[in-house]
Ligand binder design. Structure first.
Ligand code: PLP
Length: 459
């Protein structure tokens, strides 16, 4: 064996039996961080005996609402039970009615597009812009009809959408802008925090998000006093209850029970105190990793235009077939090969969304209200109707959660080592991509879905 070959063997891909770039003892730090302060905050609520916003004298929930409103720079904040409820309540509070059309992106978490259906409105899907993964303003414009009542703009993965353009379209057509900022707490667009950029904003405090509770939670922000008042009623059976005051038990409108929980509010308040410092440290860690990966011609790293800050909730990387000497049509197999190689190196590379949202079996079959089928308007519910979304799903993978902890810097440096190593072995990856059996993620997902449906419901 020549010296050169011996070195190559030492550098061999972990997928082919070489050593890992990320040593096994370098662990992913747990998220969210739970310290003595969070335990103390939760104990404070347990000792108070006041557990929801309907408990007389409850203080943690209004305190969280005031602190988050100040953080976002909006006049009002209403806490609710989760981020999905936040979107449905925001739509209802902003006057979306049954039969109205609500524009949503084809690439997001499914909750974004389920929420309109919960208020009997119709989601109209639009394609994304493949550079930033957010809704394309041109596609929004093309989807506007006389029935359009709202646009739910998602700041996907933590990158604020093109809000000036979205607002301009909304203003021309007189429709409401709802920001789904579930993934973007702390992100800014031209200096302003997300959640203050539309008519009403929603956040999730799910345990997986950048600002979390010890479970589930959601926040709604708005400058509009009537939207806020309605949201407060909608979360509690349509009652006109003042938070922490005596309960009337008089229902003025159809509402839900989506009250927040005081234990979780206290927990989140405790995290909120550390939130700005963590955001800064995370930004620093991630930029250091990305600056190395950006040097490698085979990968496209997440964009962060100068006029906005990214909150880095999810990191999405695309692969470039031409850089690996492959035809463009090989993007899917190449991504699968790179993903497999990175996973073997110890990088938790995973997909986020296996298909455009409208291609989810539930949307395609319109299963929701028994025999009732909501109308399909706009382009349709097939993968091929959303070319940029399908392309991005095929040619990209994500890193989720592992990078959130402010002490994840050294771990992310090892991840960058792994990206570099895989790129050094691009010839091996190329050959692997050509040989591996491959089907697009949505085809595999559709088969799984069909099988599970048969199993659960017998056909
Ligand atoms: C997480 C998430 C939601 C839903 O939040 P839950 O608190 O889990 O209900 C909605 N939209 C997006 C984009 C999300 O990532």
């Amino acid at each position: 064996m020549t010296t050169q070959r011996a070195e190559r063997v030492g550098d061999r891909l972990a997928m082919l039996g070489g050593g890992r770039s990320v040593p096994r003892d370098v662990r992913i730090p747990a998220w969210p961080i739970v310290t003595g302060e969070e335990r103390e905050a939760v104990r404070r609520v347990l000792d108070s005996g006041r557990f929801t916003c309907a408990s007389s004298g409850e203080q943690e929930i209004p305190a969280l609402e005031a602190e988050w409103a100040a953080h976002v720079g909006s006049n009002h904040c209403v806490a609710v039970s989760n981020g999905t409820a936040a979107i449905a309540i925001a739509l209802a509070a902003a006057g979306v009615r049954p039969g109205d059309e609500v524009i949503v992106p084809a690439l997001s978490f499914v909750a974004t597009a389920m929420a309109p259906l919960h208020v009997l409105a119709t989601p109209v899907f639009v394609d994304i812009d493949p550079d930033g993964f957010n809704m394309s303003p041109a596609a929004i414009q093309a989807a506007m009809t006389a029935r359009t009542r709202a646009i739910i703009v998602v700041h996907l993965h933590g990158l604020p959408a093109d809000m000036d353009e979205v607002r301009a379209i909304a203003a021309r057509h007189g429709v409401v802008v709802v920001e789904d900022a579930a993934q973007a707490q702390g992100a800014r667009y031209r200096g302003s925090p997300v959640g203050s950029l539309g008519d009403i904003g929603t956040f999730s405090l799910n345990v997986s998000k950048n600002l979390a509770t010890c479970g589930e939670g959601g926040l709604i922000t708005t400058d509009d006093a009537s939207y806020a008042a309605r949201a407060r009623m909608l979360r509690q059976f349509g009652e006109s209850a003042t938070t922490g005051g005596e309960r009337s038990y008089v229902s003025h409108m159809l509402g839900w029970n989506n009250k927040p929980n005081a234990l979780q509010a206290a927990f989140t308040r405790s995290l909120l105190a550390r939130f700005p410092a963590e955001l800064e440290q995370r930004d620093h860690n991630i930029r250091r990793m990305l600056s190395r990966i950006t040097e490698l011609p085979g990968y496209l790293t997440p964009a962060s235009p100068a006029d906005r800050t990214h909150s880095w909730h999810i990191l999405r990387f695309r692969v470039l077939p031409s850089a690996f000497g492959l035809e463009d049509g090989m993007a899917g197999p190449l991504r699968a090969a790179v993903q497999r190689a990175l996973r073997a190196e110890g990088v938790p590379a995973s997909p986020y969304q296996l298909m455009p949202l409208p291609a989810q079996p539930f949307f395609r079959e319109r299963r929701g209200y028994g025999d009732h089928r909501w109308p399909i308007t706009g382009v349709g519910y097939r993968e091929e109707d959303f070319p940029h979304t399908t392309r991005v799903i095929e040619d990209s993978f994500t890193i989720q959660k592992a990078h959130l902890h402010p002490d994840a810097g050294p771990l992310l440096d090892r991840y960058a080592d792994a990206f570099e190593k895989v790129w050094r072995h691009r010839e091996v990856i190329r050959a692997y991509a050509i040989e591996m059996p491959y089907r697009p993620p949505w085809e595999r997902a559709a088969e799984i879905a069909a099988g599970e449906w048969l199993e659960a419901f017998g056909g």
